[in-house]
Design a protein around this ligand. Structure first.
Ligand code: HEC
Length: 124
């Protein structure tokens, strides 16, 4: 009886913690990444394409991937990619950081941005 009860409790805690940290749906976020980002980005550390590798990007200082040549706009931005800061950049890179080399052909919806960030947060 008792082991079963603690398993249930642990499960409940896990679910509620997940909700606090990520409003987005990471499974959906993975699909958004494939559609809107994967032409230019991987999440594999060290594997840069047209844009820098994005594994571990949440919480990282901007412009710090090795062997990637950033624009001055990113290199000198002096920012950290918090979820809020990422959301602004992804939604409108050229207005957010004028001079950035990143161009989004299709603007993601607010829900897509949340899902995407939830997924990126899982890929450290
Ligand atoms: C057409 C190519 C292209 C697409 C599509 C694209 N990016 Fe980028 N991304 C770039 C380039 C190029 C840079 C480097 C920007 C610079 O140096 O100004 C960049 C930089 C970034 C950075 C800064 C990383 C760092 O190390 O500071 C983030 C975060 C980012 N992109 C996220 C995304 C996400 C999320 C998507 C999908 C929603 C996306 N990008 C779609 C080309 C692209």
């Amino acid at each position: 009886m008792r082991p079963l009860a603690s398993v249930c409790l642990a499960g409940g805690l896990l679910i509620s913690t997940t909700h606090i940290h990520a409003a987005g749906n990471p499974t959906e976020g993975r699909a958004v990444f494939e559609n809107l980002c994967a032409d230019c980005h991987t999440i594999t550390p060290g594997k840069n394409k047209r844009g820098p590798a994005l594994g571990g990007v949440v919480g990282r200082a901007a412009g710090t991937v090795k062997n990637y040549r950033y624009s001055e706009a990113i290199a000198k931005a002096g920012i950290t990619w918090t979820p809020d800061r990422l959301a602004r950049y992804i939604t409108a890179p050229k207005t957010d950081l004028p001079g950035t080399k990143m161009r989004m052909l299709e603007k993601p919806t607010p829900q897509e941005v949340e899902d995407l960030i939830a997924w990126l947060q899982q890929n450290k």
